[in-house]
Design a protein around this ligand. Structure first.
Ligand code: GLN
Length: 488
């Protein structure tokens, strides 16, 4: 096990020389040796590089607010070392020529990337079962999924193979796996974090964000990766507050919104509802006022998302044709068109192909107005719903996922059932606002599963959102629980 399994505690211990970075990194690698065969969180592990970097930290040659702490990166973030596969055969051997801005920022802060984590292929999915390489298991119950698409990052942290990790969230891919794995996950405001070097899925929705065991750790990571980047024109030049400086100040006059529409969601597990209701009560005891808000266009969220995201994906993934980028067929071909189609048929998995077809169809002549433009209109309405709701409250409180972790294989045969997992998370990306998930309880039974509470806040409202989350965290101890992961 790790002597220090959370980020700031590990950083402080290294600083105080209670443990060397090398020792901590070796513990993380040892933990990987012990449990990874049972979890399957990593696509690649950078053993020698991590140890060499840790030695630099111990020698005082590598410094910064994360100096010496082992973290994991989702395998859709470009690194100038190793491969960046997006868990796709298409990019199985892809070596990125540069580092993503987030990767550079973390490296400059002294963090040590011990490996790249598994995901649903090109981040399309909610269970990490769409990876071309392997499925990742939930550390709380290995017969269940860790959520997705950043399931590897969430599981690597939950199984204590690192002290924090990084994911990407297009429709819930940080918050939902955080919820299912019992950790904190943040989807920042669109434009808060640079997307440069994140392999694009749906560019108007994608954001990179942190996974951590607690809110202070997540706040520190967010602070390090936030800010304007000239290499991403959609990153915004909005000041990055010192999130940690204000974090411990509870909010007086806090108003939390409960959306009527979220109460009506189909397929909600009663234990999830009970845990979220209890969290609301806890907030009331902490002095918050609970107000009813209405998000009337929520019911169109999934439909709009599953048009907008595939449309953008079909365009973004056009570059993988075996010539510009990606796997090239070894079969004989008559012409370039056949080269493209064979390469793409071999390189992309079923779900990715489905999305490309939905997107291409929705954008094709005569259908653009009917589907894509229609979805954009819904997008404007969803954004307006949130704007109006945030006039009445500081944050909206709801479940992250309608159910705890489901069984592996349970939804793989039914894409629509899988899409419905995202009912509470997609509208946040559609509107571009900030969202986070934090643990708020566990299911009953011999093998308890974590339940996640989602807090949604207005654009660039991260500072307040984190304070609100911290108020609850301080009053509870869900974030201190750890799964018992056995070696295979
Ligand atoms: N589950 C959603 C999807 O499959 C969200 C994925 C994500 O956020 N990357 O599109």
């Amino acid at each position: 096990m790790l002597a220090f399994d959370t980020l700031i505690a590990a950083r402080d211990a290294i600083r105080a020389r209670k443990i060397s970075s090398e020792e901590l990194v070796r513990q993380a690698l040892g933990r990987i040796d012990q449990v990874e065969s049972n979890i399957g969180a990593f696509n690649s592990i950078y053993r020698e590089q991590a140890i060499a970097q840790a030695k630099e930290v111990d020698a005082g040659k590598r410094t910064g607010p994360l100096a010496g702490v082992p973290i994991a990166l989702k395998d859709n973030l470009c690194t100038s070392y190793g491969t960046t596969t997006c868990s796709s055969k298409m990019l199985e051997n892809f070596k990125a020529p540069y580092d993503a801005t987030v990767v550079k920022l973390l490296e400059n802060a002294g963090a040590i990337a011990i490996g790249k984590t598994n995901l649903d292929e090109f981040a399309m999915g909610s269970s990490t079962e769409n990876s071309a390489f392997k499925t990742t298991k939930n550390p709380w119950d290995t017969s269940r999924v860790p959520g997705g698409s950043s399931g590897g990052s969430a599981a690597a942290l939950a199984a204590s193979m690192c002290c924090a990790s990084i994911g990407s969230d297009t429709g819930g891919s940080i918050r939902q796996p955080a919820s299912l794995c019992g950790v904190v996950g943040i989807k920042p405001t669109y434009g808060r974090v640079s997307r440069y070097g994140l392999v694009a899925f749906a560019s108007s929705l994608d954001q990179i964000g942190p996974f951590a065991w607690n809110i202070p750790d997540a706040a520190l990571l967010l602070q390090i990766i936030s800010g304007r980047d000239p290499k991403d024109s959609t990153s915004v030049d909005h000041p990055v507050p010192d999130y940690l400086a204000t974090l411990e100040q509870p909010l007086a006059g806090l108003r939390l919104g409960i959306a009527r529409e979220y109460q009506l969601a189909e397929g909600m597990d009663p234990q999830v509802k009970t845990a979220v209701d209890a969290a609301m009560q806890q907030y009331q005891e902490l002095g918050a006022e609970v107000v009813d808000v209405s998000l009337p266009h929520t019911e169109y969220g999934i439909a709009a998302y599953y048009v907008i995201a595939p449309c953008e994906a079909s365009s973004n993934l056009a570059r993988y044709d075996g010539v510009h980028f990606g796997h090239r067929t070894k079969e004989p071909v008559r012409d370039i068109v056949e080269l493209f189609s064979k390469s793409r048929a071999e390189g992309f998995g079923e779900e990715v192909q489905r999305r490309i077809m939905i997107g291409t169809y929705s954008l094709s002549a005569g259908y653009g107005d009917k589907y894509y433009l229609q979805a954009l209109k819904i997008r404007a309405l969803i954004k307006r719903d949130f704007d109006q709701a945030f006039e009445k409250c500081d944050a909206i409180l709801c479940p992250t996922s309608p159910t705890p972790a489901f069984r592996a294989g349970e939804k793989t045969g039914d894409p629509l059932q899988m899409y419905l997992c995202d009912v509470f998370t997609v509208t946040c990306n559609i509107a571009g606002i900030a969202g986070l998930s934090m643990p708020c309880g566990f299911t009953a039974g011999p093998q308890p599963l974590p339940i996640g509470l989602q807090l949604l806040g207005p654009t660039f409202g991260e500072e307040k959102l984190l304070r609100i989350a911290r108020m609850y965290e301080k009053a509870t101890d869900w974030h201190q629980r750890r799964p018992v992961v056995t070696a295979k």
